[in-house]
Design a protein around this ligand. Structure first.
Ligand code: SF4
Length: 386
């Protein structure tokens, strides 16, 4: 299914300049769930039904006119400056107001019933401070965290504005917009370092009057920030968020291996991480994923697998094995297929439920751990004046 020859399509998608007013400018429906938005608009003299109808029209029908009519700016928070396509995987870069760029990826996922659905991988920061050695994003460091509206805007661009692939357009479908079934916070950045923007974004994305995604269709990935895991544990106790997915990038069975590839482990060792994981509210096993990037010569031995499975015993979780996607100038290659199969087979023999992450988007540096390419770094230097 994956086209071996990726194509880069430079695009600049602009929406028409929208009317703004002083009263609406401060209220961004991308940053507020419908309840908060309607309340805020009532303070500005807009009735509840009018505010709600405007919010719904924008999110459901991509119709900005009712919002404009009540004085709210719908100006896009960025423009698409690059689109890269590999098969049905589409990576796009949004240039933000300050010239920095975020990256997002629309990934096709095959359904058991046939056909496929689309998952959107969003960024929560531009760059990342966590320094994981296997990750492309780490190479650029942290430039800044994204605001709630900049996270939600990635969904809005993917859902309504992002061009479809030439094949899909040729097959007679619409020219823009992708149905998004799932969202994963696995793009650039560490979401737990930006929870003050990420959690409000989850509220907007799950809003029935807005994008309307079920919480169980959203997953937040973390390098394993203990305090963030605790905060998220409190958040999911709220009605409606119980099913929110949590993916923890463990990648090692012990401190010796984890120290080598993930600097965070020196501050928060693996025992402290697993203590936080065990204290996380119990949910269906599908809602907790333990991610394991399999890196040749680092963490791929069968003894590593046994030790890891020992740690996971008694946890309701799925182990997601991700064959390493080499970053630029990587010291390691991708693992051999036989090594991946042996590791997965051993985990199953240990009684562990295992999933294997596909490698969609590797050719456009859109696969897991590959976001943050040289253009983004250049934009970063421009945006920060470095
Ligand atoms: S893997 Fe995630 S947390 Fe680690 S450096 Fe990359 S983006 Fe940051």
């Amino acid at each position: 299914m994956i086209d071996p020859a990726p194509r880069t399509i430079a695009t600049a998608v602009h929406l028409p300049q929208q009317a703004t007013s002083a009263r609406g400018r401060r209220l961004d429906p991308r940053a507020l769930d419908s309840g908060s938005f309607v309340e805020a608009m009532r303070d500005h003299g807009t009735s509840r039904p009018a505010g709600l109808a405007a919010y719904r029209a924008w999110y459901r029908d991509h119709d900005p006119r009712p919002l404009e009519a009540i004085g709210v700016s719908t100006e896009p928070r960025g423009e698409i400056v690059r689109t890269e396509i590999e098969g049905l995987t589409v990576k796009f870069a949004l240039r933000l107001d300050d010239g920095l760029e975020s990256e997002s990826v629309v990934i096709p996922m095959r359904k058991r019933s046939g056909g496929f659905s689309r998952t959107l991988c969003v960024s929560s920061q531009v760059g990342c401070a966590m320094g994981c050695r296997f990750c492309e994003t780490a190479q650029m460091g942290l430039l800044r965290s994204l605001a709630t509206e900049e996270i939600v805007e990635q969904w809005r661009f993917a859902r309504f504005i992002l061009p479809r692939t030439p094949e899909e357009i040729a097959a007679g479908g619409p020219a823009t917009g992708h149905e998004i079934r799932n969202i994963v916070f696995m793009g650039m950045g560490e979401p737990m370092e930006n929870l003050d923007a990420v959690l409000p974004a989850v509220r907007v994305l799950c809003d029935r009057n807005g994008p309307g995604l079920a919480a169980s269709r959203i997953a937040i990935s973390t390098v394993g920030r203990v305090e963030g895991i605790r905060r998220l544990g409190a958040f999911i106790q709220e009605p409606g968020y119980r099913g929110l997915g949590l993916a923890i990038s463990v990648n090692a069975p012990n401190d010796a291996v984890r120290d080598e590839i993930m600097p965070i482990n020196r501050a928060e060792p693996i025992d402290a991480l697993f203590e936080a994981i065990r204290a996380f509210p119990k949910r269906p096993s599908a809602a907790l994923c333990i991610e394991y990037v399999l890196i040749p010569g680092v963490n791929d031995r069968l003894e590593h697998c046994d030790e890891l499975c020992g740690r996971l015993r008694g946890l309701k979780c799925s182990l997601n094995v991700i064959p390493y996607n080499p970053r630029r100038d990587s010291p390691w290659p991708a693992p051999e297929e036989s090594t991946v199969e042996a590791f997965i087979g051993r985990a199953i023999a240990n009684g562990q439920f295992v999933k294997r992450r596909g490698t969609k988007g590797r050719d456009v540096m859109g696969a897991c751990g590959q976001l943050g390419n040289p253009e983004i770094r250049r934009a970063g230097r421009r945006g920060t004046g470095v």
